[in-house]
Design a protein around this ligand. Structure first.
Ligand code: MN
Length: 486
């Protein structure tokens, strides 16, 4: 992510004279350098804009730079905002308005008109904010001293999300199956997703993958088996079944690389012609390496998973499915028939081979483990409302399994809902949240809201502040707003 660049643009004007402008440039450079060392991307001071032409030139540079994923703006002095109109209208990348200051405290004893003229961010940031608001730009505002830890944490998070937004535009999903017959929520408008989220979603017959599977050599399988042996505990003597999964993994990975770099994969237990097992271990290990995966043809979750994995640094993130409740203790057990990412493992995953009642294939090898706990995680769903995508973000707490489940041979997670079990579940259902989600212990609600805002999609948050009646009103209003927005 450090290869990605965020340019720092300072707003000013020529009114104050060369001395002041020299200070403005020097301070901006110093501040950008300080921030650069504390966020996951590279922050570079670009320029101080003093005229419309300078803003336009800076924005052209920002737009053209492939590595640039966004800009930070700040007004050291007053910067008359008519000069920002042309440039901001051209801006194609996310913008964060950092309402900060070079000095933290006011120098009460020495402050004079010269100091006040040179350091008037409170004045300048409002003029700038007006024109951004007038232009209906959905930017981010972060307030605070630039060396303050909280401001820096917010800035770091925003940079991470902006990088995720840029990554989203490169996401390609390879579908080895259509959506599961009769299932509604995994459907969606792929062209809409391509236009608004940047996801290219393509279909290949599973037979094309079978050709790749047939070409995998014993030597290649040996190498991957050695990798498995390092990461996982081999808890089966049915090695051939495990080697079969290794073969699928090598074939899928190679297929994705040979066809233009797919980073998301979709399959379906009902469309496995030419495969002996449902890919389990294969998909789990690929998710562990950064692939997004959607089961039963769920391409939205595959793409969302790839983006969230990128933002999360390939930790604690992957496909999840709300499966079954403990109504007594207010918990949900999430899992899938096989394909739960080892990034969720609290215990060293065991490779086991068991029958699978669904799909009618041979017993598949899979990773079995207990899930991690995390005080704050998110469960995220992307649904197609027919006229737009809705991103639903639920704050959850991942908890340790309260009891062993010796007869359940899959990886899983258990969690608690916000604001409480009843309202958390009801809110998810009212919002239309799917059974497939991407869960992440490394991302929070604000990250996902910021990403949703960059995408320009409807975002519904369910957290400790959620009140059911208000949520229902919000959904009602939101529906009207999104209809007129199109
Ligand atoms: Mn499923």
């Amino acid at each position: 992510m450090k290869e990605k660049v965020v340019y720092w643009l300072t707003g000013s004007q020529t009114l104050y004279g060369d001395d002041v402008l020299a200070h403005v440039a020097q301070h901006s450079q110093e501040m950008a350098n300080y921030v650069n060392g504390r966020v996951p991307v590279t922050v570079k001071y670009l320029t101080t804009c003093k005229s419309s032409d300078e803003v336009v030139a800076a924005v052209k540079q920002v737009n053209a730079d492939e590595n640039c994923i966004g800009i930070i703006t700040w007004c050291h002095t007053f910067s008359p905002a008519k000069m920002w109109i042309k440039g901001l209208k051209m801006l194609q990348k996310p913008m964060c308005h950092f309402a900060t200051q070079y000095n933290e405290k006011l120098p009460y004893d020495t402050i004079d008109m010269d100091f006040m003229n040179e350091n008037q961010a409170a004045h300048g940031d409002r003029e700038f904010g007006y024109i951004v608001s007038r232009l209906r730009m959905d930017n981010k505002v972060i307030v605070g001293y630039y060396k303050d830890e909280e401001s820096l944490a917010e800035l770091a998070a925003w940079c991470k999300v902006a990088a995720g937004y840029a990554f989203s535009k490169t996401v390609k999903v390879c579908r080895f199956s259509d959506n599961m017959r009769d299932v509604a929520v995994t459907e969606g408008d792929k062209i809409d997703a391509h236009i608004n989220l940047g996801w290219q979603v393509d279909y290949y017959p599973v037979g094309d993958l079978v050709q790749y599977i047939e070409k995998v050599t014993e030597k290649e399988i040996d190498a991957l088996m050695a990798e498995y042996a390092e990461k996982y505990t081999m808890a089966t003597d049915r090695i051939e079944a495990v080697r079969e999964q290794a073969k699928y993994e090598i074939a899928m990975d190679q297929f994705c690389k040979d066809h233009g770099g797919y980073i998301g994969i979709v399959d379906h237990f009902g469309a496995l012609h030419g495969l002996n097992q449902l890919p389990g271990l294969a998909i789990q290990d690929l998710q562990g390496k950064g692939y997004g995966f959607g089961a039963e043809g769920d391409w939205k979750i595959a793409a969302l998973g790839a983006v969230m994995q990128y933002m999360a640094g390939q930790k604690g993130t992957g496909l999840m499915e709300d499966y079954t409740y403990d109504l007594k203790d207010g918990l949900c057990l999430g899992a899938h028939m096989l394909e739960v990412s080892p990034q969720f493992a609290a215990t060293k995953p065991e490779i086991q081979v068991h029958p699978l009642g669904i799909g009618g294939k041979s017993d598949p090898a899979r990773l079995v483990f207990e899930g991690i706990s995390a005080p704050e995680a998110v469960a995220v769903s992307m649904i197609d409302m027919g006229d737009r995508m809705r991103l639903i973000v639920q704050k959850i707490e991942l908890v340790k399994y309260p009891h062993k489940m010796p007869n359940l041979p899959v990886g899983g997670l258990m969690w608690k809902y916000q604001p409480n079990f009843k309202d958390g579940v009801a809110a998810w259902i009212y919002a239309g949240g799917a059974h497939h989600t991407v869960v992440s212990s490394e991302l929070n609600v604000q990250d996902m809201v910021d990403l949703g805002n960059m995408w320009g999609v409807e975002v519904v948050v369910i957290d400790e502040h959620t009140k059911l009646n208000e949520l229902k009103q919000q959904l009602l209003w939101s529906d009207q707003i999104w209809k007129t927005k199109l």
